[in-house]
Ligand binder design. Structure first.
Ligand code: 1Q0
Length: 215
């Protein structure tokens, strides 16, 4: 497995970015949230070409959000809550259709990452709580429960191929640099708790504004 330091994925960075994305007043800081996603793309990079499509898709969503953050109205894109308020007030959300002429809204773009975060939460939970399981299978069942209903037939086929390239549970434990299995489990379940917290707060915000089905 890759070295535990340097340019490679570190689960510690994932944890700290998502933990830092929550403020005491339950706001979600978009910059930190994206930092967590960027750490995940490092992991995907190490999985090779089978994950190329997924990595590119993830970067395309990250880039749209970063462009909003560095754009003219960047100040409104600091937190999830301020973004929702701003896009609602200015009719930018696009509740019914995706306009061809404008870039996709921040809300619908973040919603895509939000749904994928739920997949990650379930997958890491399975990985940390089952013994001697098949990681590809865990990946696939987490996908069925979360993202699959939102994806086209073609995307589901591509995802199924990527799952087969998922390393074994043992290798994944190696990637998170845990010396003992028990340590790996503890680390994974701690990560799950942080991700679940971010996910739940984000879900409340999207749900309160009826934004869970944005096209
Ligand atoms: C094995 C990982 C699979 C993860 C889930 C598979 C997702 C398949 C996505 C295929 C991309 C094809 C492009 C199409 C998708 C879009 O249609 C869709 C909707 O966007 P839009 O603009 O068309 O409405 N996009 C999405 O749903 C965004 C999907 C982002 C996928 C993020 C996957 C995250 C994967 C992370 C792997 C890290 C695992 C970490 C494990 C750590 C272990 C210690």
């Amino acid at each position: 497995h890759p070295p535990c330091r340097g340019q490679h994925f570190q689960i510690w960075h994932l944890q700290s970015a998502f933990a830092a994305s929550l403020t005491p007043s339950r706001e979600v800081l978009i910059g930190e949230y994206l930092k967590g996603w960027k750490e995940l793309t490092k992991f995907m990079d190490s999985l090779g070409t089978a994950f190329g499509l997924i990595t590119r898709e993830t970067w395309s969503k990250i880039t749209i959000m970063q462009d909003y953050q560095s754009g003219q109205h960047g100040a409104h894109y600091r937190t999830l809550q301020s973004m929702v308020t701003f896009e609602l007030a200015n009719g930018l959300v696009n509740f019914h259709s995706l306009p061809a002429t404008h870039p996709p809204s921040g809300c619908r773009t973040l919603l895509r990452l939000h749904r994928a975060l739920r997949w990650l939460q379930l997958f890491l939970d399975k990985l940390g709580s089952s013994e001697g399981g098949d990681a590809s299978q865990m990946c696939a069942s987490a996908y069925q429960e979360t993202l699959a209903p939102y994806h086209s037939w073609w995307v589901r086929q591509a995802a199924a191929l990527a799952f087969l390239a998922m390393p074994s549970q043992r290798e994944l434990y190696g990637i998170i640099c845990a010396e003992k299995e028990q340590h790996a489990r503890t680390t994974l379940l701690a990560t799950v708790r942080i991700i679940a917290h971010v996910y739940n707060i984000t879900q409340e915000v999207f749900s309160a504004h009826e934004m869970l089905e944005l096209p």
